[in-house]
Design a protein around this ligand. Structure first.
Ligand SMILES: O=P(O)(O)OC[C@H]1O[C@H](O[C@H]2O[C@H](CO)[C@@H](O)[C@H](O)[C@H]2O)[C@H](O)[C@@H](O)[C@@H]1O
Ligand SMILES: O=c1ccn([C@@H]2O[C@H](COP(=O)(O)OP(=O)(O)O)[C@@H](O)[C@H]2O)c(=O)[nH]1
Ligand SMILES: [Mg+2]
Length: 725
C-alpha cells in the first residue's frame, strides 16, 4: 500500500529534558498543529527533528521508540547543526528574506554549507523510510533543497512540496546568494504548493526571471521535467477545535479566566515570539487606542500570549526586550489598583486553555507584518461557536485572502488598527454574528482534511500530466507502422512546420531558405495526388510565397492569419486589427536597444522579437522581462504573447496553429492518414488539434510534448518523410 511520508524540520511532538529524564509534548507553530492531527492515518509517517539535542545513543534509542509508537521518525541534529542550519540559515537568512525583512538577513557561507548538509541528512532518512510506491511530502523553508535531492536518488518518485511561509517578490529573492540552487531544489518536486495565489505568482516569476523557465497554467517547464505549481490555503481541523471549545475543560478554563479578569472586555493576541507577527506594533496601536478613547480604560484588557520561539537568534532576543519594555511602559502608565491594561504571558499554553481563551475573547487581534497563513485567526473562528466575536486581521496574513468578513487592517497603520479595536468593541452583536457565521462556513468547509485532499489530487494530476508530455522516439518500428498506414491511405494530410522542422535554424532567419534537397522532397510529396502537404508556419506569407510558392503546397502563414490552398489566392481567415502595434512596437524597440544582437520582425498582424543572435544568458533574462511586461498589456488589448524558439511574438488572441489546423481538418473529413510535425511551443497547439490516430512528431528539444513521438533533428525529419515516398 502506498503511504505518505511527511517530512518537515520540526515534528509535531517535541522532547524536553526534565529531572526525571525525557518528556514529550506537542509542538507549537502552525505546521505542527495544523497537520498533527491527521497524518497518522493509513500507515503514514512523519520524519523530522524532535526539538532537542540528543546525542547519547541510549537516549536516542529512547526517543526513537517513543516516537515510533506514534508513527514518527526522528532526525537528530547536533548542536552545531542547530546553530548553523536551524538558527542560522533557516531562521537568519531564509525566514527574514521570505517575510520581507531583508535588512535582518545574514548571508554566511558556513551556514549555507550546514543547510546543504542537513538537507542531505534528511534525504538519507527519507530514503531509508520511503518505499518506491510512497508519496513524499516535504514541508517548508528549512528543506528547500530536499525535493531535488530525493529526486536524484529516486527519479520516478512522487514528491510534493508545500511552503508554509510567504514567497516574496522575485526582486527580494534575487538579492540572495544561492537563489538558483534554492529554486532548483524546490523544482525537484512534482507539485509545489503555496498558501495564496500571490505567493505562487511570485514563485513563477522568480523561476522565470532567474532560471529562464516558462510556465503555462501553472505547469513549469523545468528542463527535462515539468512541475506543477498551485495555491492551497491551509485549513485547520475545524471539528477538533469546535468540539474542544464545547468541552468541559474549555468551559472551565474560560470561567477561570473570567473570574480572574473580572468584568472587562478581552482583546486576545496569540503568537510565537516573532518580529513578523507585529507584536510591538500591536502594543503601540493598543496604547494609541487607550489614548484616543479614554472611555475604554478599565473596561478592556489586552490578553497577550507570546510563545517562546527561536530564542537563541539575535533578532528574537532583541524583540523580547522590546516587548518587555513596551508592556512595562503601557502597564505603568495606565494601570490602576484594580485593572491591568495588558495581561502578558511569555510561555506556551495547553490547547484546552487556548480554546478557553478563544471562547472568552470578544476580539482577536491578529496583526502580523507578514504571515504565510496564520492559523490562530482560523482557530478563533472555529472556537466561537454561535457566540459573537470580532476578528481584526492584517491584510498581510495569508488568511486575509479568505477571511474577508474580518476587519481587515494594514498593520503598519497604527491609527487604523486603534480605530479597528474601537470599532470591534462597539460593533452591534447582530453584525458580529453575521460576520462570524460566514467566516465559520468557510473555515469549516476548507478544513485541513480538504486541504490535504486537494493537494494530493493535484499531485496525482501532475503525475498524469507529466505522462502525457512524455514522447517516444520515432524509431524503425514506428516508422514501419507509419509507412504501412501511409500506403493504404487514400486521403493524406501532412502538416509540416518550417523552421526547426523542415529547415535548420540560422542566425539570420532570412538565410533559412530551402535547399535543393528540401525542395525536391516537398515536390515529390505533393506530386502524389492523394496528398495535401500543408506548410504550417509562423512566417509571413510573402517569404513562404517566395521560397515555396512555386510548388503545389498548401499554406498556413503567420500562425493562421493567412491561408492559401494549392490553386487559390492568399486569404485571411478572419478580420484582424493591427492598430495595437503602435503601442507594442516601442516596447520591443526598447528591448532591442538593451539587448545587442536582437531585432524586431514585423508581419501583417504580429510583431516578433528575435533573440537568437544575442548573448544567450542576457537574452533569456530579457525575454522573461519582456514576456511579463507584454502579458500585462496583452489582456486588455485582446493580444496574446507566444513564445517560440528564441522568439517572443505578439498577435491577436484566437490566432494560433491549433485553430488553423482544426479549420483545415474540417475540410478533409475523409483523411485517413494525418501527420503533424513541429518543433516549438506554437506547434503544441497543432498537436492538440489533431485526432487521436494522427502521427504527431515533436522535433528537437527535450522531447517533452503533447505529440506522441519525437525526432532530434531536421535531418531525421527529412529522412522520415523520404521513407514515406
Ligand atoms: O519550528 P519553529 O522554528 O519553532 O517555528 C514554528 C513554525 O512556524 C512557521 O509556521 C508557518 O506555518 C503555518 C501553517 O502553514 C502558517 O500559518 C504560518 O503563517 C507560518 O509562519 C513555520 O513555517 C514552520 O516551519 C515552523 O515549524
Ligand atoms: O501556547 C500556544 C500558543 C499557540 N499555539 C499554536 O501555534 C499555532 C500557531 O500557528 P500560526 O499559523 O498562527 O503561526 P506560526 O507560529 O506557525 O507562524 C496555532 O495552531 C496555535 O494554536 C500553541 O500550540 N501553543
Ligand atoms: Mg518551428
Amino acid at each position: 500500500m502506498s503511504r505518505t511520508i511527511i517530512v518537515s524540520n520540526r515534528l509535531p511532538t517535541k522532547a524536553h529534558r526534565t529531572e526525571g529524564g525525557l518528556d514529550f509534548t506537542p509542538s507549537e507553530g502552525g505546521l505542527a498543529t495544523g497537520l498533527g492531527s491527521i497524518y497518522r492515518a493509513d500507515g503514514n509517517i512523519w520524519i523530522g527533528w524532535p526539538g532537542l539535542v540528543v546525542e547519547e545513543p541510549a537516549e536516542q534509542q529512547h526517543v526513537i521508540d517513543q516516537l515510533q509508537a506514534d508513527s514518527m521518525r526522528p532526525v537528530f541534529l547536533t548542536e552545531t547543526e542547530i546553530r548553523d542550519f536551524y538558527e542560522g540559515f533557516s531562521n537568519e537568512t531564509l525566514w527574514p528574506t521570505f517575510h520581507y525583512f531583508s535588512q535582518y538577513a545574514v548571508f554566511d557561507q558556513q551556514q549555507w554549507e550546514a543547510y546543504v548538509a542537513v538537507n542531505e541528512k534528511f534525504c538519507e532518512a527519507v530514503l531509508q523510510e520511503a518505499g518506491p510506491e510512497d508519496t513524499i511530502w516535504v514541508h517548508d523553508y528549512q528543506l528547500l533543497l530536499l525535493p531535488e535531492m530525493v529526486r536524484k536518488a529516486r527519479p520516478d518518485s512522487s514528491i510534493g512540496f508545500f511552503l508554509h511561509i510567504p514567497f516574496p517578490s522575485h526582486e527580494i529573492i534575487r538579492a540572495m546568494p544561492w537563489r538558483e540552487q534554492l529554486l532548483k531544489g524546490m523544482l525537484g518536486a512534482d507539485l509545489i504548493g503555496f498558501h495564496t495565489y500571490g505567493y505562487m505568482r511570485h514563485f513563477l516569476s522568480a523561476v522565470s526571471q532567474l532560471l529562464g523557465y516558462s510556465s503555462q497554467n501553472g505547469m513549469i517547464e523545468a528542463g527535462t521535467r515539468s512541475v506543477l505549481v498551485d495555491a492551497f490555503p491551509m485549513g485547520i481541523d475545524y471539528d477538533k477545535y469546535a468540539e474542544l471549545a464545547a468541552s468541559q475543560a474549555a468551559i472551565q478554563s474560560e470561567q477561570t479566566y473570567r473570574e480572574a479578569l473580572g468584568n472587562v472586555r478581552v482583546i486576545l493576541s496569540i503568537d510565537r515570539l516573532d518580529y513578523t507577527k507585529g507584536i510591538a506594533q500591536r502594543l503601540l496601536a493598543y496604547e494609541l487606542m487607550l489614548q484616543r478613547y479614554p472611555e475604554w480604560r478599565e473596561q478592556v484588557t489586552l490578553f497577550m500570549l507570546v510563545v517562546p520561539s527561536r530564542d537563541q537568534v539575535e533578532k528574537y532576543k532583541e524583540l523580547k526586550e522590546e516587548i518587555d519594555e513596551l508592556v512595562g511602559r503601557i502597564t505603568s502608565t495606565y494601570r490602576t489598583l484594580s485593572w491591568n491594561p495588558v495581561q502578558y504571558f511569555y510561555r506556551s499554553f495547553p490547547i484546552e486553555d487556548l480554546a478557553g481563551l478563544y471562547r472568552l475573547a470578544e476580539v482577536a487581534l491578529v496583526t502580523p507584518m507578514r504571515d504565510g497563513m496564520n492559523l490562530v485567526a482560523k482557530e478563533f473562528v472555529a472556537c466561537k461557536g454561535d457566540r459573537p466575536g470580532v476578528l481584526i486581521l492584517s491584510e498581510r496574513a495569508g488568511a486575509a485572502r479568505e477571511l474577508s468578513d474580518a476587519i481587515i487592517i494594514n498593520p503598519s497603520d497604527m491609527p487604523q488598527v486603534a480605530e479597528a479595536m474601537h470599532e470591534a468593541l462597539i460593533m452591534p452583536e447582530q453584525e458580529q454574528r453575521q460576520r462570524m457565521a460566514s467566516m465559520q462556513a468557510l473555515v469549516q468547509q476548507y478544513n485541513v482534511h480538504h486541504w490535504v485532499q486537494l493537494f494530493m489530487d493535484r499531485l496525482t494530476y501532475s503525475k498524469i500530466k507529466q505522462q502525457t508530455l512524455a514522447t517516444t522516439k520515432l524509431d524503425a518500428e514506428v516508422l514501419h507502422e507509419m509507412v504501412e498506414k501511409y500506403r493504404k491511405a487514400k486521403q493524406r494530410l501532412l502538416f509540416l512546420d518550417y523552421d526547426g522542422t523542415l529547415a535548420p535554424f540560422t542566425k539570420n532567419p532570412q538565410k533559412a531558405r530551402p535547399d535543393e534537397d528540401l525542395l525536391q522532397l516537398l515536390r515529390a510529396l505533393s506530386a502524389d495526388e492523394n496528398n495535401r502537404v500543408v506548410i504550417i508556419s509562423g512566417r509571413d506569407r510573402s517569404t513562404l510565397q517566395e521560397w515555396l510558392g512555386h510548388l503545389p503546397l498548401d499554406f498556413i502563414a503567420e500562425h493562421g492569419v493567412w491561408y492559401k490552398s494549392r490553386d487559390e489566392e492568399w486569404t485571411m481567415a478572419q478580420a484582424l486589427r493591427s492598430d495595437w502595434k503602435l503601442e507594442i512596437r516601442p516596447i520591443l524597440a526598447m528591448h532591442v536597444s538593451r539587448t545587442a544582437g536582437s531585432f524586431i520582425e514585423e508581419k501583417d498582424y504580429s510583431l516578433v522579437w528575435h533573440y537568437r543572435r544575442a548573448d544567450a544568458e542576457l537574452a533569456a533574462v530579457r525575454a522573461r522581462e519582456l514576456i511579463s511586461h507584454l502579458n500585462f498589456l496583452a489582456t486588455n488589448n485582446d493580444l496574446q504573447v507566444m513564445e517560440g524558439n528564441k522568439v517572443v511574438e505578439v498577435k491577436s488572441t484566437g490566432v494560433n496553429k491549433g485553430v488553423a489546423a482544426a479549420r483545415w481538418l474540417a475540410n478533409y473529413p475523409e483523411a485517413n492518414f494525418i501527420l503533424a510535425m513541429g518543433d516549438d511551443r506554437t506547434d503544441e497547439d497543432t498537436f492538440r488539434a489533431m485526432p487521436e490516430d494522427a502521427f504527431t512528431v515533436k522535433v528537437g528539444g527535450t522531447g517533452r510534448s503533447l505529440a506522441l513521438y519525437h525526432l532530434s533533428t531536421t535531418n531525421e525529419v527529412r529522412r522520415t518523410l523520404r521513407a514515406l515516398l
